[in-house]
Design a protein around this ligand. Structure first.
Ligand code: AMP
Ligand code: ZN
Length: 458
């Protein structure tokens, strides 16, 4: 068996993955900024992290994953003030929506979701450590990281910062790659802004310090994997490295993984700023299923390639998911078996090759295509069908989009029971609604003297 290989942005190469502690992976994934609903571009990155997590688990590792919730930064401060709300009041609705969307897309939960506002003092202590190590200075009441004090600055983004003007500094949370300057760790209070009283003065943290402080608190001073979208490489992750390593003197993260962007149909990055985004909620309202959205974002392209979002992509995903469902139905109820080694190895090997899910899915559909004629002609033995089913289940531990017949059966039985209760209390409107819902699932009901029977009509 080949080992797991992952692309490391730091080296620019695909490397064999070896965690610091045998059998245990410590992983930090930058989470959403909860100033609004996350869009499906954000979810492309979160789904890539779900893929990474599931592959690590399938490789037999224990995983401790942290995803922060950025609930204090420029836009949040501005928007909550505009709404006359505290930060907590304003962000609550979006935090709740974020967790709902995670469930909709069947993204596995991380072990910890720390919030920035609940870790202000950990950030302050980290800044104090940086000050002891002579990496900071104060100007106009704000504390800055002096990047000339950290010679490795720019290593992740492969930047040349030698021509940098010393003392030039930046106060905003987001800025461009062509503008590396001393960045803010602690921002002095501005009138009308929510602030915290701390030994650094009244103010609030800059955006970058939260991830260094919280990763250290939950995962220790050194991580195995740090992940996010490519837009975070600079400045966010570069700044995280400076803050963490400037304080500890140790390598912060060993593997840096970055997902490419989801783009709109014209090739622009999907973003709030450009208003070219859709949310998960928008797509559900348009009638797309959660499974189609998950499948499209996960398998539409390898995570290191940009993916153009379109209705064709969603429609193709929808029909791929249906093909997988149908294959499961056709295999019928079969006993336990092992997946055939050849297809299983191809699938696993693709995933171990820097999480190449599109290739893995390609192999799976080839397998299905070759198997179907055997099913149709009745030549497939019970054992072969059981093997194919085992493969489908194996693939679904990563894909998580297939509805297996027995799961559908359970859902149908539940709805039929609910319909019976509605009829017993003479709520015929509800009973009829359930009949319609089942029809939508391709299930037809037949009320007989012995009770309600059902059959598939697709
Ligand atoms: P944010 O909520 O803006 O802090 O972003 C959350 C995550 O989504 C980060 O890892 C970003 O890198 C990622 N992200 C933002 N825009 C996109 C996009 N268009 N495609 C893929 N990932 C994105
Ligand atoms: Zn971060």
């Amino acid at each position: 068996m080949t080992p797991l290989r992952l692309h490391n942005t730091m080296s620019g190469k695909v490397e064999q993955f070896v965690p610091l502690e045998a059998g245990h992976v410590r992983m930090y994934t930058c989470g959403p900024t909860v100033h609004d609903y996350s869009h499906i571009g954000n979810f492309r990155t979160f789904l890539f992290e779900d893929l990474l997590r599931r592959v690590l688990l399938q490789q037999g590792y224990r995983v401790t994953q942290v995803m922060n919730l950025t609930d204090v930064e420029d836009r949040i401060i501005k928007k909550s003030a505009e709404h006359g709300q505290t930060i907590d009041e304003f962000t609550e609705q979006y935090i709740e929506a974020f967790f709902q969307d995670l469930d909709t897309l069947r993204i596995q939960r991380a072990e910890h979701y720390p919030r920035a506002t609940q870790h202000i003092f950990e950030m302050v202590s980290l800044i104090e450590r940086l000050t002891e190590n002579r990496h900071t200075y104060v100007a106009d009441g704000s504390t800055y990281f002096r990047i000339s004090s950290f010679p490795r600055y720019g290593a992740l983004a492969h930047l040349d910062v030698s021509g940098l003007k010393a003392g030039a500094r930046v106060d905003v949370d987001e800025y461009g790659k062509d503008d590396p300057r001393d960045f803010v760790l602690w921002k002095a209070r501005k009138p009308g802004e929510q602030s915290w009283e701390t030994p650094l003065g009244a103010g609030r943290p800059g955006w970058h310090i939260e991830c260094s402080a919280m990763s250290m608190q939950y995962l220790g001073e050194q991580l195995d994997i740090h992940a996010g979208g490519v837009d975070l490489i600079f400045p966010h992750h570069e700044d995280e490295i400076a803050q963490s390593e400037g304080a500890t003197g140790k390598t912060f993260a060993r593997y840096w993984l970055h997902a490419e962007h989801l783009q709109d149909a014209t090739g622009e990055k999907m973003s709030k700023r450009l208003r070219n985004f859709s949310t998960v909620r928008d797509l559900l309202a348009e009638g797309y299923t959660p499974r189609a959205i998950r499948y499209a974002l996960l398998t539409g392209a390898h995570y290191r390639s940009p993916l153009a979002f379109s209705t064709e992509l969603l429609k193709a995903a929808d029909s791929a998911v249906k093909r997988l469902d149908e294959f499961a139905v056709r295999l019928g109820s079969v006993g336990d078996a092992e997946a055939p080694a050849e297809i299983r190895d191809r699938w696993d090997e693709s995933l171990r090759d820097d999480l190449n899910l599109p290739a893995a899915v390609g192999h799976l559909f080839e397998f299905i295509k070759a198997f179907n004629p055997r099913l149709e002609s009745g030549k497939a033995t019970a054992e072969e069908r059981a093997g194919a089913m085992a493969m489908l289940r194996h693939a679904n531990r990563i894909l998580d989009v297939i509805e297996f017949p027995e799961a559908v059966d359970a859902e149908v039985e539940k709805l039929i029971a609910e319909r019976q209760t509605a009829r017993d209390r003479r709520d015929f409107a509800r009973a009829d609604e359930i009949r319609q819902q089942l029809l939508g699932m391709g299930i037809q009901l037949d009320d007989t003297r012995e009770g309600t029977r059902w059959k598939r009509i697709r």
